[in-house]
Design a protein around this ligand. Structure first.
Ligand code: PLP
Length: 447
């Protein structure tokens, strides 16, 4: 260690800090890697190593690091009005202007925004809102929400229950009642002998099966990410979403498209719902809304839902920091920057086609069974046998690959044996080349 402060920070980590999603014994053995600064698509650790951030933090730093105008927006808003709430019939300009900006970008009819502090709070809001909606319509039995195994909707009690991460359910007795799960549209891992298209229809039909099991009149909503992110970048077969939409319409069930990762340009459209033509009733958002510069989330709600909520009396729900003025000012600056620099179009027309083409070259590597992705989000599956898709057992091959990446200056995340990336949307072609070269080197080291 060249920097004496690194050890001091690691000691603080051991003595005082409890990190999220962390095995504390493992962290204490190794010591946390301390990230001290960032610029563009790069991070630097306390030892001075430069690291290409292939995950945009946690899928959120869409405009890249070091954007002065977001800093200025926060400072100016702090001077003007650092805090006020949206409770009890008050409002403030940044939240109102932001709601309008989001409504203009969202699919048609999604014209209203309920602000939260995070994606998890957005999904807590969703659960209460869809139940309140059906109760207001005089159908209080429509209370069950269906999610998907391996889906991720956050870490609060409701978010983790809506999500289908079995490891999370095992801690703390989740899911809470009234939430059901169906299989994910994960063709490579679970499609067996089916073609992707047949499997997509099969996976969608699991929704209908579940609706009939639960009882037609009892299902309030279906929640899903357009592309499952934390579950391993599960890109659904083309046949999946059209069939899901058909089933939801048949049984009059609300559709919640969780846009926390896909929103704000990740797929090359402003929202994943536009990429897949999803027409949701509610869209939880967070992450790219502020490019992670400050916490903020929200639920974008369709006019037809709001018309019902308007009749429901007080919606007894909200957070101290709902629509926080400083966060709203940063989000506005972030969206204006995305627009001014044409970043979403640039993803669609230039960087996504290039990244996806180069990423698929990794499928030639002996360790890679499949390379897939959409926009600037992608995954590779690590396998022992490409033909049979047999996995390495017990070797934690994904974790080893992740460690090699980190040691060689690349953040790539491991979800079991699936390696995933979601770089800042401002990544350029040279940086994509660097990402691919580093990924290949790390795969070589992992074999
Ligand atoms: N929904 C999705 C799709 C997510 O990926 C996440 C976080 O990764 C969340 C919700 C939860 O967001 P947050 O961590 O801001 O609570």
């Amino acid at each position: 260690m060249s920097n004496p402060q690194t050890e001091q920070w690691q000691t603080l980590s051991r003595q005082h800090h409890l990190a999220p999603f962390t095995d504390y014994q493992a962290l204490n053995r190794k010591g946390a890697r301390i990230i001290t600064k960032a610029s563009g698509v790069y991070l630097w650790d306390s030892e001075g190593h430069k690291i290409l951030d292939g995950m945009a933090g946690l899928w959120c730093v869409n405009v890249g690091y070091g954007r002065e105008e977001l800093v200025e927006a926060a400072a100016a808003q702090m001077r003007e009005l650092p805090y006020y709430n949206l409770f009890f019939q008050t409002a403030h300009p940044p939240a109102l202007e932001l709601a309008q900006e989001i409504a203009q970008l969202a699919p048609e009819g999604l014209d209203h925004v309920f602000f939260t502090g995070s994606g998890s709070e957005a999904n807590d809001t969703v659960l209460r809102m869809v139940r309140h909606y059906w109760a207001t319509l005089g159908q209080p039995d429509k209370q069950v929400v269906i999610g998907r195994w391996n889906g991720y909707h956050g870490s609060t009690i409701a978010g983790a229950s809506l999500g289908g991460m079995k490891g999370m359910h095992a801690q703390g007795g989740l899911p809470i009642p009234g939430i059901e799960h169906i299989d994910q549209p994960y063709w490579y891992g679970e499609g067996g002998d089916m073609t992707p298209e047949d499997f997509g229809v099969w996976a969608a039909e699991q929704l209908e099966k579940k609706i009939l099991d639960v009882g037609e009149g009892r299902v309030a909503a279906f929640i899903a990410e357009p592309i499952q992110g934390a579950g391993g970048v599960i890109v659904p077969p083309d046949s999946y979403w059209p069939k899901v939409r058909e089933i939801l319409a048949k049984y009059d069930i609300l559709f919640v498209a969780d846009e926390v990762i896909c929103g704000f340009g990740r797929t090359g459209e402003w929202f994943g719902s536009q990429y897949y033509d999803l027409k949701p009733d509610l869209m939880p958002i967070a992450k790219g809304l502020t490019s992670g510069y400050i916490p903020m989330g929200g639920v974008v709600v369709h006019e037809r839902v709001v018309k019902v909520l308007d009749r429901g009396g007080e919606f007894a729900h909200g957070f101290t920091y709902s629509g926080h003025p400083v966060a709203a000012a940063v989000a506005l600056a972030n969206i204006r920057l995305l627009k001014r620099e044409g970043i979403v179009t640039q993803v669609k027309t230039q960087t996504a086609p290039y990244l996806q083409q180069r990423w698929r070259e990794l499928a030639e590597h002996p360790l890679v069974g499949e390379a897939r992705g959409v926009g600037l989000v992608a995954a590779i599956e690590l396998v022992k046998n490409k033909e049979t898709r047999e996995r390495y057992s017990g070797l934690e091959v994904g974790m080893r690959c992740r460690e090699h990446c980190f040691a060689n200056g690349l953040v790539m995340r491991a979800v079991g044996d699936t390696m995933i990336i979601a770089p800042p949307l401002v990544i350029n072609k040279e940086e994509i080349d660097e990402l691919i070269d580093k990924a290949r080197t790390c795969l070589d080291l992992t074999v």
